[in-house]
Design a protein around this ligand. Sequence first.
Ligand code: NDP
Length: 475
Amino acid sequence: MITSVNPARPAEIVGRYDVSDFDAVEVAVANAASAQRHWARVPPPARAEVIGRIGEVMRERKAELARLVTIEVGKIGVEAGGDVQEAIDMAGFVAGQGRASFGDVHPCELPDKLGFTTRQPVGVVALITPWNFPVAIPSWKVFPALLAGNGIVLKPSELAPACADAFVAACRAGGVPPELVQVVHGHGDTGSALCSHPVVRAVSFTGSVATGRRVAMTAAETGPRLVSLELGGKNAMVVLADADLDLVLEGALFGAFGTAGQRCTSTSRLIVDRAVAETLIGALVDRAAALAIGDPLDDITDVGPVIDARALERIEGYVEAAVSQGAAVACGGRAVTVDGCDGGTFFAPTILAGVRASHRVAREEIFGPVLSVIEVDGFDEAIEVVNSVDVGLSAAIYTRDVNSALRAVDLIDTGIVYVNAPTIGAEIHLPFGGTKHTGNGFREAGRRGIEQFSEIKTVYVDYSGRLQRAQIDNR
Ligand code: NDP
């Protein structure tokens, strides 16, 4: 049994869910496979209409879904609304793609011959999702997978089962055949059973680098399947000496402390030219210390809880490690209690000064409201530090000089780069994903997001009425 609780008040139970055992996984996969055979024959524009209706249902249920996001994972109201809005936007975008091209037509080297590509469904796909965007991330996977004609088994994080169930309920209310989208609850074992299931043809995973590696290994050992991985980041914001520091201030606060630092794209490193570091740190500390930490249901709250006690412990451990390696806590650095939120797992927005690129806090994903400030001498050193980690999701550069901005775009080794904006804030119609250990080359969202859920089929049609031999005839 999984018990989902409110991180702001862990005694408050959001829901209890049976763990899907081996038999339940079998049933889910079989149901999805059987429904998929019919769905695959539904033309993409008709599939798209269903996805569009799901978006409408989610729009009607937005407030209710957002409230569930807040009580299950602790996002403040506006961010919980954004999580749901992302899914609504994704439904609209994917629905539009139902009438877009599914392939290309190519000229052939022989006469009276046509070459074209089309896309066909993969079959049953397993979608394994983390807790931190409990509505948005399922939508990034479920809608493109549906459009591509697949059957789906969704395995959400054990920390956000209620949001996943509400998401699937909205899909069904929008007209998805009930058996086509299955949800199984459980821990790593449930996800692992899906990754090795012989009928599952593709796995789309979002989560930590460590789990992503296990998923890839399980899938590789048990047969050929498509595996797409969207993993962790160690996102950096570069501040050059000519940057607009007021803009930096707003961006750094939102990037580092929005969603209590628990976005895969959260700003975790502030790489600042030494010439402006002191001024910037002073201003950041003043503003960070004034952020309201509290119940995420309360409108005045800026920073809600982190997901659970384990996360709190991990974040505390990183701060201790930073101090022991020579960094200084400029503000925060500790867990806090909030009136009316007994047992809530709150951590104060934290700024660490004097961090070096080699420190653990500068290299490993913390996934909490902790910003490490690393001082550098100029552009070249800044870029070297950005690229010194082994993940590459998102980065930002603040400068007024267009040449420096565009050189940074060229040189930074991440999947997403922002200029004069923080490392967070992706829009759903642009590709999303990272380099190095952040992924395995796939991109989600945008048109590219549909690719991972379909197989390209190359078709040749010879209407000459005779045998024609490529590379041989007419040579
Ligand atoms: P985890 O890696 O802990 O879990 C992700 C999912 O994998 C959960 O559903 C989890 O289930 C499941 N799982 C755990 N073990 C296995 C296994 N052996 N086989 C298959 N599935 C398994 O991530 P979190 O939920 O803690 O999410 C935070 C992480 O996600 C951060 O690293 C963050 O950067 C990353 N992330 C990446 C994004 C991107 O697009 N690049 C976007 C958002 C988050 P259970 O919860 O039950 O253990």
